[in-house]
Design a protein around this ligand. Structure first.
Ligand code: HEM
Length: 404
């Protein structure tokens, strides 16, 4: 029987989740935290970790994603990720028109050949090496190039674009509790913002076959976005699209390298990459937590969260809730119920999910197929500091060759 008096308080356990030393394996801590699906931290903020509660609160209109509603307001949301209805819904709808059904149903599927070509050339470049870093060599360059191509960033501008993207990645790699403005991210955002504005103007006079041109020339029922909206939306797509996908690929390879039987299945069973990526999004999600503020008193898990409270929703903890998933701590790609929260839920549910899924399926399958005898050099690998966007900083792997 558990000695309740000896068990640390859940809020203390939460501090340990945020501690960088525990980044490599927060799951035992999550399992203990889950004894209370909703709890208050000493600073007055709330943590929500049960599946039923996280899922309900992600869909509850009494929770705001706009930082102006937080107990310590930091100015209005920069992009629609941090806006509430109706502004959020309008901008999301206008962007979605050019990315998926019903207006543009074939957009993501049409990217499949291009994704495979990019993956092939990144893996071809590993030939002749006996040690690789899967983050720097594959997981990072692929999503940045994919989203740049989607938006219509010309290939010749990519070096410039990569410098800003890299600076933003580095600045993002810190504890989200640290709310001091980071000079690196400010400079990169200004640089990228100026660049995007230039590109938007260029596409206005000379449209091309890319998403930015379609956004600029939109004639849909919501009218047109203004230049500031176009710029922030383009930057949102760039940022939301790559930090996360890097972690899907890196966490995915780490998981498979630790489970040779799963790596073999991915090599041998056609179609297994689809449920395998879903299970990775449950078992090792790239986004561990997201943040909201309550606009009214909200009851969850038997606790009343007062209005104007900061709320931390622990997606990764909810994804392993045994009340929702059988054998929740085990990696089971064939599980019958996999309604994970890896892409969030409700009005902010991931916009890029179809593209992220396709990227993950193609790249993990190709790596499993082509790398000969891959072995982890460091286990656990070094992790990024950020507890919300959790993933390895590098993933060194020894290989005995690369097949075609
Ligand atoms: C494996 C990769 C990815 C994961 C795990 C992921 C995860 C998420 C999650 C959890 C949210 C909800 C955040 C919240 O509720 O606060 C979100 C939102 C979003 N994601 Fe993704 N994402 C991924 C890839 C992408 C890609 C490739 C794109 C763009 C092409 C993208 C664009 C967005 C956007 C625009 C939002 C905001 C949606 C809104 O506020 O309505 N994501 N993502």
């Amino acid at each position: 029987m558990t000695d309740v008096a000896a068990e640390p308080r859940v809020d203390t356990l939460m501090q340990r989740v945020l501690d960088a030393d525990n980044r490599h394996d927060p799951y035992p801590l999550y399992a203990r935290i889950r004894s209370r699906p909703v709890f208050r931290e000493p600073d007055g903020s709330y943590v929500v970790c049960g599946y039923a509660e996280v899922s309900a609160l992600l869909r509850d209109p009494r929770l705001s994603a706009d930082p102006v509603n937080s107990p310590a307001p930091v100015g209005p949301g920069f992009s629609f990720l941090n806006m509430d209805p109706p502004q959020h819904d309008r901008l999301r709808r206008m962007t979605m028109r050019h990315f998926g059904p019903p207006n543009d149903p074939g957009r993501v599927e049409a990217m499949r050949p291009h994704l495979l070509t990019m993956t092939t050339s990144l893996i071809d470049a590993l030939k002749g090496r006996d040690e690789i870093d899967l983050v720097a060599d594959v997981a990072y360059p692929l999503p940045v190039t994919v989203v740049a191509d989607l938006l219509g960033v010309p290939r010749e501008d990519e070096p410039k674009f990569h410098v800003w993207a890299e600076a933003i990645v580095q600045a993002a790699d810190r504890d989200p509790r640290d709310r001091r403005p980071s000079e690196g991210i400010q400079n990169a955002l200004v640089g990228l913002g100026g660049y995007m504005m230039g590109l938007i103007e260029a596409r206005r006079s000379a449209p091309r076959d890319d998403m930015l041109s379609r956004l600029v020339h939109d004639d849909g029922p919501d009218g047109a976005m203004n230049p500031a909206e176009l710029t922030t939306t383009a930057i949102l797509l760039l940022l939301a699209g790559h930090e996360t996908t890097v972690n899907l690929i890196a966490n995915g390879m780490l998981t498979l390298l630790r489970m040779p039987d799963m790596m073999r299945r991915l090599r041998e069973e056609p179609g297994i990459e689809i449920p395998m990526v879903e299970e990775l999004l449950r078992y090792e999600p790239p986004v561990h937590m997201t943040f909201r503020s309550t606009l009214a008193d909200v009851e969850a898990g038997g606790v009343t969260i007062p209005a104007r409270s900061a709320v931390r929703l622990l997606i990764a903890c909810a994804n392993r809730d045994p009340a929702r998933f059988e054998d929740a701590e085990r990696f089971i790609p064939d599980r019958p119920n996999n309604q994970h929260l890896g892409f969030g839920s409700g009005i902010h549910a991931c916009f890029g999910a179809p593209l992220a899924r396709l990227e993950g399926q193609i790249v993990l399958r190709e790596l499993a197929r082509r790398l000969v005898a891959p072995r982890l050099v460091d286990d656990p690998p070094p992790y990024r500091i950020n507890p919300a966007l959790r993933g390895p900083r590098s993933l060194r792997v020894q290989i005995e060759g690369v097949v075609d």
